[in-house]
Design a protein around this ligand. Structure first.
Ligand code: NAD
Length: 483
């Protein structure tokens, strides 16, 4: 045991255990070793978490925003001070290389806490003059929010959801993915140390049924899920029964379009970042790389050379550029997609199998000559598998890029500025890049359209999703009643 937390859950300011809950083993994906043993939340644990959140929320909402902000800023500073240890834990939990977790995971979580702390005191209502009378509006918190996380960015997801929730006066009960339960517990500890009153950020562990019990509780005002489309559809439907607010951050099969005139090295680098970072386990990845025929051969040659230079290995070594997938199940799923791509006639350029090591390693893999009807061009793989598709014209590639039920992200590489904006203007996707890919600063709204989700995280857009408007009509004169 090298990462055993004090207990499975964190409720009302303290670690809580209930060994009656089903066992949950945490596995280090690079070796397959069990690094912690937890228990799923029992109904009693879920009740305690929701009750304490509901108890704590009213007093928190009544505080001045600047006072709430001060606590979040302190927590952000503490995360940065402890980044090295937190990154190590994130690597143990996910298998992602330490060179990534040191710069991407908790650092972007700290940014969210700091940024929403800055934003909270600026959120105000409006005054609407009506002659003698007037209306004013208030932006009020929603109440108790539930956050449910995926396993690819567990701590970042916990921060991205809790930062706006708390900044605007809500409480949150957070259920991490059962595959990666450790980071959220650290966040709960840090919040308490930073001065957050107990109950405002509770963590309960468990599989889907625990999430399901949270989503349907009458005390819950909002559910924010990061996960796959099928889970999103279930959670959205369950939340609808109580007419709850939802944010759904779901999957994708995003296009990355590379025109002939693009900077070749930049386009190849972005395609690699958008397919191999976090071993490809990123929702917004540009997994359909459309390359215009004129640069196809040069693009594939550089891509193959650079992909074959990727260092796989021990994720705790700073030189390692790619780690294993998060679980044996995910590795097997990805290997299944690779086998299917081969059998459907896609041309393997590099990779295409398991990599050495005891853990769940898969080689960085590129397929060329992929056509739109192949499974690889249609389904989310969530692994280091890039599909390269050819195209001739702008009009053609726009239609093909949009011919998917997903709508999370899209990117374009071209030296032609007007074309870049014209193409992006027609992408059916919530999060887009021009001559860049997969950069998601907290300042920018993030989220999907179509089956990829509703609502937005980050940016000012998040205010809409963690507050509600109260409209107050003020009568300034006698009431004009006709009877
Ligand atoms: P998943 O859908 O299997 O699980 C997500 C979470 O939902 C887990 O915590 C799980 O326990 C919980 N859950 C499952 N069934 C539930 C139910 N019926 N009620 C309530 N909760 C339930 O997803 P995953 O495999 O953990 O993550 C990978 C998926 O997440 C991919 O599809 C990926 O694209 C997506 N993702 C999206 C974003 C985004 O921001 N759009 C970010 C990261 C990951």
């Amino acid at each position: 045991m090298i990462a055993q937390p004090k207990a499975s859950h964190f409720i009302d300011g303290a670690y809580v255990e209930d060994s009656a809950g089903a066992a949950l083993e945490v596995i280090y994906p690079a070796t397959g070793a069990v690094i912690a043993r937890l228990h799923e939340a029992t109904p009693a644990v879920i009740e305690a978490a929701l009750a304490s959140a509901a108890r704590a929320q009213a007093a928190w909402a009544a505080m001045k925003p600047v006072e709430r902000a001060r606590i979040l800023r302190r927590a952000a500073d503490m995360i940065r001070d402890r980044n090295a240890a937190l990154a190590r834990l994130e690597t143990l939990d996910t298998g992602k290389p330490i060179q990534e977790t040191l710069v991407a995971d908790w650092p972007s979580g700290a940014d969210a806490l700091e940024w929403f702390a800055g934003l909270a005191p600026t959120v105000t209502g409006e005054t609407i003059p009506l002659g003698r009378d007037f209306v004013y509006t208030l932006r009020e918190p929603l109440g108790v929010c539930v956050g449910i996380g995926a396993w690819n960015y567990p701590s970042q997801i916990a921060c991205w959801k809790s930062a706006p929730a708390l900044a605007f006066g809500n409480a949150m009960v957070f259920k991490p993915s059962e595959v990666t339960p450790l980071g959220a517990l650290k966040l709960a500890e840090i919040y308490i140390e930073a001065g957050l009153p107990p109950g405002l950020f509770n963590v309960v562990q468990g599989r889907g049924a625990v999430g399901g019990a949270l989503v349907t509780d009458p005390r819950v005002a909002k559910v924010s899920l990061t996960g796959s489309v099928p889970t999103g559809q279930k959670v959205y439907a369950a939340a609808a029964a109580g007419v709850r607010h939802v944010t759904m951050e779901l999957g994708g099969k995003s296009p990355l379009i590379v025109f002939d005139d693009a900077s070749l090295e930049d386009a190849v680098g972005a395609a690699m970042l958008g397919n191999f970072y976090s071993a490809g386990q990123v929702c917004s990845n540009g997994t359909r790389v459309f390359v215009q025929r004129g640069i196809k051969d040069r693009f594939l040659a550089r891509l193959k050379a650079r992909a074959e230079g990727i260092t796989l290995g021990d994720p705790l070594e700073e030189a390692t550029q790619m780690g294993p997938l998060v679980s044996a199940a995910q590795r097997d799923k990805v290997l299944g997609y690779i086998a299917q791509a081969k059998s459907e006639g896609a041309r393997l350029v590099t990779g295409g199998g398991m990599a050495e090591g005891q853990g769940y390693f898969v080689q960085p893999t590129v397929f060329a000559d992929v056509i739109d009807t192949m499974t690889l061009a249609q389904e989310e793989v969530f692994g280091p598998v890039m599909a390269v598709l050819d195209f001739e014209t702008e009009e053609e590639v726009i239609a093909r890029a949009n011919a998917t039920d997903f709508g999370l992200a899209a990117g374009v590489f071209t030296a032609d500025l007007t074309r870049a904006h014209r193409v992006i203007g027609q992408m059916q996707a919530g999060t887009c890049w021009i001559n860049a890919y997969n950069l998601t600063p907290v300042e920018a709204p993030f989220g999907g359209s179509k089956l990829s989700g509703v609502g937005r995280e980050n940016g000012r857009a998040a205010v809409e999703h963690y507050t509600q408007v109260k409209s107050v009509y003020v009568g300034m004169g006698p009431v004009d009643a006709p009877y």
